[in-house]
Design a binder for this molecule. Structure first.
Ligand SMILES: [Zn+2]
Length: 177
């Protein structure tokens, strides 16, 4: 299960790399947190952690915005950030990614353990977990909004973006003189 900070930072960095305006990218990346807004309803990793549900909502919106020729790009960007949430959650956890077509939680665990000096004992592990999806409510819920590793990854993802802003502003100021 990915932490909230990474759910924001990863799509923000992706949108920045794609050349999306940073303010727009910031706001759109916040929407990557939406699938976790099932927690106030006392359920988690529920309907909005489904690829089918997200596409059932976003595809008509994309088609409507395309027809209206308004906000089409925005609806595609929101779809991308919502899907990034599923990708981050499916690794290290499990989500009902194909619900309601398949009422199963799917998760992927990967790791490569390094053994020294018996390097030949090092091998990658890829496990795909499939288990029945049970949407039951909880009384209390604990999850990290951020962790040390997440903060480090976020800093490394966002630092080049901030550096580029600083360099661009510096160049603009230099050009004025
Ligand atoms: Zn989630």
């Amino acid at each position: 299960m990915a932490e909230s900070l990474l759910h924001f930072a990863v799509p923000f960095a992706i949108l920045a790399i794609l050349g999306i305006n940073l303010k727009k990218g910031f706001v759109v990346s916040l929407m990557a947190l939406l699938p976790d807004f099932d927690i106030p309803l006392y359920v988690h990793r529920c309907y909005f952690h489904s690829l089918i549900m997200i596409m059932a909502i976003m595809l008509p919106i994309i088609l409507i915005t395309k027809r209206m020729r308004r906000c089409e790009d925005l609806s595609i960007l929101i779809t991308i950030v919502l899907l990034s949430h599923l990708v981050l959650d499916i690794f290290g956890g499990s989500i009902p990614v194909f619900w309601p077509i398949l009422n199963m939680n799917v998760g992927v665990d990967t790791q490569l353990l390094f053994h020294y000096p018996q390097i030949s004992n090092s091998y990658p592990q890829i496990q795909i977990h499939i288990e029945p999806a049970v949407f039951k409510s909880f009384q209390t819920f604990d999850a990290p909004l951020f962790t040390s590793g997440g903060v480090a990854v976020t800093a490394l993802l966002i630092a080049p973006v901030l550096a580029k802003i600083f360099i661009d502003r510096f160049k603009k100021q230099q050009a004025k003189f």
